[in-house]
Design a protein around this ligand. Structure first.
Ligand code: SF4
Length: 340
């Protein structure tokens, strides 16, 4: 039987991960949000750091959003961190610190969709609901040769229903852990290790040597190119930085003032128009950075300015201890570490 086979395999082969030894819904939620779009090896130190800094949901709710963003720095997809903090505050202040304990109520929380709600309901409260992530979709589309596009809600609903039929009545949480682990470690995207797979005998795509065709996706997201030029106006005390607006990349993180190179005759003219005087030469550094939908080509113009200059910039001057503390995109943080 499908469920028994994968559970037996899991009990012998599972990786030891800290969030597997707890039924605390807060820790499970934290791990699931960190692991969305993130590999386990990258997410693990972040998980440990979050648990150490905010051992309870109240501890997270009590700090500023900027501090949570700072702890998240480097993981990308920052809306996850903003939603995490928002929901920690909501549960602490509006629900008396009590996590909703079922699949339906969990889905009403900000940043918690069907997948995360199922993971919390299953692992923390043992509800019999399937947890269908990318790994599970890969296993099931290959096992049954499901040729429907998995990026369409209709197919996702079909796979959810199939998983609902397969899930163990006795040990739903173990079943969910087992099928996710199978997808993560054996039924991998490029080279599945079918000969070590506990369900190989009944797998349609193993029999037909068709696993490379599954899962099938209808369309890929278009990636656009974007050029960004930064003015890095600094002196020995600190540097000018600004908070990014909502609705663009890196919302509410901090970077440097941006400008359009073509709109000015020269950098020197631009600095002059902004009311600054530069000391010494202008240092130019270029970096490439890839986000999910945009390829960024970033140019930093580093310019030393005299002390106590205010200029007329839409940015604020931060001393270096503040620069360290404010949340920044990783590419900005790396630039600062290497250049300031
Ligand atoms: S037999 Fe191969 S393709 Fe089929 S589920 Fe197992 S690892 Fe995946």
């Amino acid at each position: 039987m499908f469920a028994n086979k994968i559970i037996n395999w899991y009990q012998i082969n599972k990786r030891e991960l800290p969030w597997r030894n707890t039924q605390n819904p807060y820790f499970i939620w934290l791990s699931e949000i960190i692991l969305q779009q993130t590999r386990v090896a990258q997410g693990l130190p972040y998980y440990n750091n979050f648990v150490e800094k905010y051992p309870t949901i109240k501890k997270m709710a009590d700090v500023d959003e900027a501090e949570v963003l700072r702890t998240w720095q480097g993981l990308g997809y920052y809306s996850r961190a903003r939603n995490l903090h928002f929901t920690a505050k909501y549960i602490t202040n509006e629900l008396n610190g009590e996590f909703p304990s079922n699949f339906n109520d969990l889905q009403k929380l900000k940043g918690i969709g069907r997948y995360t709600a199922a993971a919390i309901a299953s692992f923390a409260f043992d509800e019999r609901v399937p947890v269908v992530d990318g790994n599970v979709m890969r296993v099931l589309t290959r096992f049954y040769e499901i040729a429907e596009p998995i990026d369409k809600p209709k197919t996702q609903n079909t796979i959810f229903e199939i998983a609902q039929d397969l899930i163990s009545k006795k040990s739903p949480a173990l079943f969910n852990q087992a099928i996710m682990e199978l997808g993560a470690t054996i039924c991998s995207p490029k080279n599945p290790n079918c000969l070590s797979c506990p369900i190989v005998e009944s797998c349609a795509s193993f029999k037909n040597k068709s696993w490379a065709n599954f899962p099938f996706k209808a369309g890929k997201t278009k990636v656009t190119q974007r050029e960004i030029s930064y003015l890095v106006l600094y002196n020995k005390e600190g540097v000018f930085m600004k908070e990014r607006p909502l609705g663009d990349i890196w919302s509410k993180l901090y970077d440097f003032p941006e400008f359009k190179v073509n709109e000015f005759a020269s950098i020197e003219n631009l600095i002059h128009e902004l009311g600054f005087t530069s000391i010494g030469s202008i240092e130019k550094v270029q970096k490439k950075h890839i986000l999910s939908h945009q390829k960024l080509s970033i140019t930093f113009y580093k310019i030393k300015i005299e002390e106590e200059m205010k200029g007329n910039l839409d940015a604020s001057f931060y001393d270096y201890s503040q620069v360290y503390a404010i949340p920044k995109p990783i590419v900005i943080s790396n630039y600062i570490d290497e250049n300031l």
